[in-house]
Every structure is written in structure tokens, then in C-alpha cells.
Design a protein around this ligand. Sequence first.
Ligand SMILES: C[S@@+](CC[C@H](N)C(=O)[O-])C[C@H]1O[C@@H](n2cnc3c(N)ncnc32)[C@H](O)[C@@H]1O
Length: 212
Amino acid sequence: MRLRNITGSEEVIANSEYVIHEPSSGKWKEIFGNDHPVYIEIGMGKGRFIIDNALRYPDVNFIGIEKYSSVLLRALQKLDAMETVPANLRFLCIDAKEITEYFGKGEVDKIYLNFSDPWPKDRHAKRRLPSRQFLSLYDVILKKEGKLEFKTDNRGLFDFAIEELEPAGWKAEAVTYDLHADAVMSKDNIMTEYEEKFSSIGNPICKYIISR
Ligand SMILES: C[S@@+](CC[C@H](N)C(=O)[O-])C[C@H]1O[C@@H](n2cnc3c(N)ncnc32)[C@H](O)[C@@H]1O
């Protein structure tokens, strides 16, 4: 992901009605005005996946999380170009490290990680979003019966993510190493920007669904 500093992106985000600015733990029912399930994508990039989900599933509340304002701006520009913005969609411009300030215990029904940054150096392993350090934060905010879904074309990152499960107290419910060739796991699949890019050059997409 190119991280050019886009002039004014922070100001656009600060003024956007779709971005939640204050720690919002325990407040999502109030923010959406309903008690629909809450699904979040951490590291959403330009937002195609979360926006398409919000359009397809109006009875689920979707929150896209992105660390960089210059990237989140791209998602806001997509909303700008839409005739009607789905009412079940909000964004957070935060680092995933802060996630427990934004969601209360068990407040989230599903977590999506899509094409998370690989951080290839061993000493950066704990920065990887499917690492055991992050799984312990997801453990707090995810409902007891909630699930986490992770997709990537990076086999090294995927193997690492599988190895992290047991020590962190999670288990795999379903795993594929070629999502687009798997009729069951690709049913209703919504593509991300990176998924489109990497599958179009022939990279197989790995996916797991995990729970505790
Ligand atoms: C490789 S991109 C994938 C974007 C999108 N999910 C997709 O599949 O097209 C990873 C995104 O995760 C964001 N990201 C990485 N670490 C993050 C963190 N700790 N908290 C929030 N976002 C993060 C990056 O800024 C980047 O936009």
C-alpha cells in the first residue's frame, strides 16, 4: 500500500460523519441506533470489502478500521461518489493496538483480516495482525461464539497465522489454500482490492475461519 501523505486527509477525516472519533467502547448500539450484529475489518485499506459488505447485508453493522488517514481518505471518496451511503457503515482511523478502547468486551460478532501486512522480519512478528499478541486483543472484543476470518495470498504469513492459533487458545474451523477453487469456502465471497490484484496474476488465496 503506497502511503503518500495526502494533503488535507486528516481534516477530511476529522469532519466526516462516517468516521467515529472518540473511544466508542460500549457505544455501538447508540451510534447505529439499533442492536444489529457488529462486524469489523481491521486494516481495511481503501474499503472495497467493507463497503460491499455493508451494501449486501443491511442488517449487519460494519466498521472498517484503517491506521493511515491517507488510505482511509480513499474509502471516504468512494462514499462521496455513491448516491446513497449505507446507514450500517462507519470507519475508525486508529492503530489496531488501540482496539480495546473502541470496542467493549464481547461487543463484536465477527472480525475480518484481509491481506494484512506481512512484516517479514522475525523481530516484527508481533506487528502482524494475525499474531498471538493481536489475537489476545481480539479475544477481548469478540463475542464468545464469534469468528475471525483471514484471507491472504502470502503463504509465509498464512503459515505463521496458523502456528499462532494454538498458543493463543484459538482453533481453526475451516482452512483453504486456494479459496477461489473451493466451492464451499468461496460461496458469497466478497473480494478485497488486494484479492482482486493478486488473484488476477494467478496467486492462490489462503483463508481460515477461526474461533476459541
Ligand atoms: C496490504 S493492505 C490490505 C488492504 C485491504 N484489506 C485489502 O485486502 O485490499 C493492509 C492495510 O492494513 C493497514 N494496517 C496495517 N497495520 C494496521 C494496524 N495495526 N491498524 C490498522 N490498520 C493497519 C495498512 O495501513 C493497509 O492499509
